[in-house]
Design a protein around this ligand. Structure first.
Ligand code: BT5
Length: 328
């Protein structure tokens, strides 16, 4: 657990009363100056913390909580956000959204959590999900499309996430196939889409989206597979989670409508416009099997197309790493 979360836990246990700087520093095993730094960073992300010399610190108010009604207020979407369910803590928003999908919940329902204690990445990996700072969202959709087209919806969430970060915060957010959003080569968001269906019929798709909004550098574990960042770190100031989630839901709603109306092609073109990989040499790791080639784009199934010395390669799943030096 990171220092900020531990301080917040102390405040919560004290229920609005003062906690001395001495007590925080003892409980965290850090200096009083380090405590003061953490208090300042909590204030930066919207916590109202009173400091009184002889008494210590007191949590006056937490930053905007994500409240379903507030997110939905005048949201003006067709499908996404018809219902918004917010939880303080879940194992994973995707797990709950899948359970709701299995129970027949209509499309457009959004599940949000302030914190996940078992946030999921792909292939059994985990997603760091500390409290109070980020966005963890899962959106339930029931498009009338064949199950083999479901991976196309990953591109809907990728474009919406990258465009929302870029447009709201004026940051160069780029997509990396299949499911990463990067700023300056650092991962700022990850996508995990899951589906349920039979051989010919799609039951539902869950768009799982994790965006690092106000996460601080010391909240990232040391052993991440790739360098990571947050919108606040890239921008140099804390951002509003509420405004971001509203903008993201609107963007997904309009891209989803475009997809249902005009098919995958316009989404694919928007995705390619957000992607630096086209024309680059990359290495693709397909669970240990490596392939190198130059990216041509993505095809109608969302597969990555590579030109390789052995001809064209279609990659349906894997991790892509750009190669720095061109082939001799
Ligand atoms: C992903 O997997 O990028 C998909 C992440 C999806 C998270 C959302 S949150 C809402 C919804 N509910 C869930 O339970 N999940 C979804 P992958 O490409 O496998 O990347 C996972 C890897 O990224 C990990 O193995 C770490 O190395 C790294 N990582 C973990 N947490 C991170 C974070 N917060 N920011 C950046 N990188 C992270």
């Amino acid at each position: 657990m990171d220092s900020r979360t531990r301080i917040l836990e102390l405040f919560r246990r004290r229920e609005g009363r003062f906690v001395s700087g001495e007590e925080i520093s003892r409980s965290l095993g850090v200096s009083r100056t380090a405590v003061w730094k953490q208090i300042r960073s909590l204030r930066d992300i919207g916590y109202d913390i009173e400091a009184v010399t002889s008494k210590g610190y007191r949590l006056v108010q937490s930053p905007e909580r994500l409240v379903g009604e507030e997110i939905q207020a005048a949201l003006d979407t067709e499908t996404v956000g018809r219902k918004v369910l917010c939880f303080d803590e879940l194992d994973s928003t995707n797990v709950l959204a899948c359970e709701l999908g299995d129970k027949g919940e209509p499309e457009g329902t959004v599940v949000l959590a302030d914190r996940q204690h078992a946030g999921k990445g792909r292939l059994g990996r985990s997603w760091e999900s500390p409290a109070g700072v980020n966005l963890y969202a899962s959106i339930l959709l029931r498009p009338q499309i064949p199950p083999w087209n479901a991976p196309q919806l990953t591109f809907v969430s990728a474009v919406a996430t990258a465009e929302t970060i870029a447009e709201m915060h004026d940051l160069p957010a780029r997509v990396k196939w299949p499911n990463d959003i990067l700023i300056g080569g650092r991962k700022v968001a990850g996508l995990l889409n899951e589906m349920s269906g039979e051989s010919e019929r799609l039951n539902y798709v869950i768009l799982g989206i994790g965006v690092n909004l106000n996460m601080d550098a010391d909240q990232f574990p040391d052993a991440l597979r790739n360098p990571a960042t947050s919108v606040a770190l890239a921008k140099g100031e804390a951002v509003s989670r509420l405004a971001f989630v509203r903008a993201l839901l609107k963007s997904i709603d309009s891209l989803y409508a475009l997809y249902l109306e005009q098919g995958f092609d316009p989404v694919r073109r928007r995705w390619e416009a957000c992607c630096d990989l086209v024309g680059q040499r990359v290495e693709v790791d397909q669970q240990g099997r490596l392939a190198c080639g130059t990216v041509r784009g993505v095809d109608a199934d969302g597969a990555l197309l590579l030109d390789t010395p052995a001809g064209e390669l279609r990659v349906l799943a894997g991790d892509v790493r750009p190669l720095k030096r061109p082939e001799a």
